[in-house]
Design a protein around this ligand. Structure first.
Ligand code: CMP
Length: 238
């Protein structure tokens, strides 16, 4: 694996862990148990951390950075299932259903990940009822997202799908900037957005160029998108 083993193994704070949806509602000693069973590694941009079809041994929680979850079609093309960021959990499905990895996951930028061994994950689910409840909620949310995505493929034109995706990122990860815009602190390429919304890169580029021309969005010096007119973007998704 192309990772840099971190010397910071134990400095992930309980503050961060307490804000992760998977550990929502945990008592202080339960959070301590979780913290004691988490490891931490830094992965360089472009590291494959999960490979479709392999056995699953660990579950990851994104501490910082962004990752792409994707599956390969028989013709070699990529279907992007999700792009995830801080606080998100990935790699839990094969631990829950004891099946092989359902998709591949690659880092889109240098990313800091917390991870838990399968044996600790299983022990935690037994010991802490909230753990299993939160897991069920997380999987249910994922099905809802997939349903919304399938609906948008059928109902929306490409501009609407791109707008919907940008709004979803803004809602989940967005930070207000000084100019009243919403910064999406992730490195999103047009190719990845295209894979996510089921359109060609060329068509997504046209949408992005149009959004920029209308000053609905811009790209900052770190190549991060900034949304300037959320209402106008919402209008495109109706
Ligand atoms: P696992 O099957 O262990 O390994 C691949 C991971 O990708 C999987 O667990 C989930 O965490 C994640 N994943 C698979 N399908 C989706 C999807 N449709 N949306 C978001 N994440 C997914």
């Amino acid at each position: 694996m192309n990772n840099l083993r971190s010397v910071l193994t134990l400095d992930h704070s309980i503050d961060f862990v307490s804000q992760v949806a998977l550990f929502d509602g945990f008592e202080a000693q339960e959070l301590e148990w979780v913290n004691a069973h988490l490891n931490r590694d830094t992965f360089r941009e472009g590291s494959t951390i999960i490979t479709e079809g392999q056995a699953g041994h660990v579950v990851y929680i994104v501490h910082s950075g962004s990752l792409k979850v994707y599956a390969l079609q028989v013709d070699g093309t990529e279907v992007v299932l999700s792009i995830i960021g801080p606080g998100d959990v990935v790699g839990e499905m094969s631990l829950v259903d004891e099946s092989e990895r359902s998709a591949s996951v690659v880092t889109l930028e240098d990313s800091d990940l917390l991870w838990m061994e399968r044996s600790s994950f299983e022990e935690g689910m037994q010991r802490i009822p909230r753990f299993a409840q939160n897991m069920a909620r997380l999987l249910s949310e994922r099905v809802r997202l997939s349903t919304a995505h399938i609906r948008s493929l059928a109902a929306l034109h490409v501009n609407g799908r791109v707008a919907r995706q940008l709004l979803a990122f803004a809602k989940k990860y967005g930070r207000k900037n000084d100019e009243g815009g919403v910064l999406i602190p992730m490195r999103l390429t047009q190719r990845d957005i295209a894979g996510l919304v089921g359109a060609s890169r060329k068509r997504v580029n046209q949408a992005v160029v149009e959004f920029k021309r209308r000053e609905l969005i811009s790209v900052n010096e770190n190549s991060h998108l900034v949304l300037h007119n959320v209402e106008a973007l919402k209008f495109l998704t109706d």
